[in-house]
Ligand binder design. Structure first.
Ligand code: R5P
Length: 311
């Protein structure tokens, strides 16, 4: 087995390789003067089972192109099997047509990864589980929930917990986390816009009064969904609101929005390499999922069960 990395999240790739007690494959991913990407693998990979770690986060298009070119280089170097390890799968939110004459870009990206030569895909908390079906190659979708649940038990286990989904679409994810927290009760933020262009009305389904609320979501991008939900929960009498989000996209002013929000703490994973602003924020803490991904890689290589990681 070999672990190779693009430039998107080198610290995560190193941590995964460290978990598997092996060095990263010696390769370089460079740019020509016009920003074309050039990949060179400096060691033999013929006949090897290679895992390429490359989340397609900001800059999404560059990182995606790097992933495709890494896969192409490995295929032409006769790797036996290539697994695209994409902890954060960019474009996942474009998984259906929101209106006429719009693309389904998540499917296009799945096609590109497959056509480049990937034999398998490994991702974490895909925005929608059915994105697995966009690939006609085996795709494992890992869940950060066990890592989050352990942290929640350690930090907030003595409090009166309530797991909260920030929108109706996230209920399945929230329910799965609640189950891991000794069947903690569940609440849902129901976001309504009375008229287009008018401000949103947050209805909270469930009694959150006096509860330590744990908001769970797959992505924090601008932070709007989360910070508004946190405020609505505090308005309903929650004792505190902490958010556990797998992918810290944190675009634009998101970090300062979180810093100035009603949130007690935002916990993200290292699926995306954190910016300095995120690392420096007193309100943001980062959990590593390197052992989770490393263990899944070990099991894929050994052809043993990945799903039993979540029993
Ligand atoms: C949407 O369905 C996702 O699960 C997130 O809630 C969303 O992407 C968060 O975006 P933002 O932080 O920009 O509100």
């Amino acid at each position: 087995m070999k672990i190779m990395s693009g430039n998107s999240n080198m610290p995560l790739a190193r941590a995964i390789a460290g978990y598997l007690e092996q060095p990263l494959t010696d390769a370089s991913v460079r740019r020509f003067a016009d920003e074309e990407i050039f990949v060179e693998i400096h060691e033999n990979v013929r006949g090897e089972d290679v895992f390429v770690v490359q989340p397609t986060a900001f800059p999404a298009n560059d990182n995606l192109m790097e992933l495709l070119i890494c896969i192409d280089a490995l295929r032409r170097a006769s790797a036996k099997r290539i697994t695209a390890v994409v902890p954060y799968f960019g474009y996942a939110r474009q998984d259906r047509k929101p209106g006429p004459r719009t693309p389904i870009s998540a499917k296009l990206v799945a096609n590109l990864i497959t056509e480049a030569g990937a034999d398998r895909v490994l991702s974490v908390d895909l925005h929608a589980g059915q994105i697995q079906g966009f690939f006609d190659i085996p795709t494992d979708n890992l869940f950060a929930a066990p890592v989050m649940a352990a942290d929640i038990q350690a930090r907030y286990g003595d409090q009166s917990l309530m797991v909260v989904s920030p929108d109706v679409g996230g209920v399945v994810r929230a329910r799965a986390l609640a189950k891991r927290l000794d069947n903690a009760p569940l609440a849902i933020v129901d976001k309504r816009r009375d008229k287009p262009g008018q401000s949103e009305v947050m209805n909270i389904i469930g009694d959150v009064k006096g509860r330590a609320c744990i908001l769970i979501d797959d992505i924090i991008d601008s932070g709007g969904t989360l910070c508004n939900a946190a405020q609505a929960l505090m308005n309903e009498g929650a004792a505190s609101v902490t958010a556990y989000i797998t992918h810290g996209v944190l675009s634009g002013a998101a970090v300062s929005r979180v810093t100035n929000s009603a949130l007690k703490e935002l916990v993200i994973t290292d699926s995306i390499q954190a910016t300095d602003a995120a690392k420096d924020s007193d309100k943001i803490r980062i959990l590593t999922i390197a052992p989770l991904i490393g263990e899944a890689i070990r099991r894929i290589a050994d052809e043993s069960s990945v799903s039993s990681l979540f029993d």
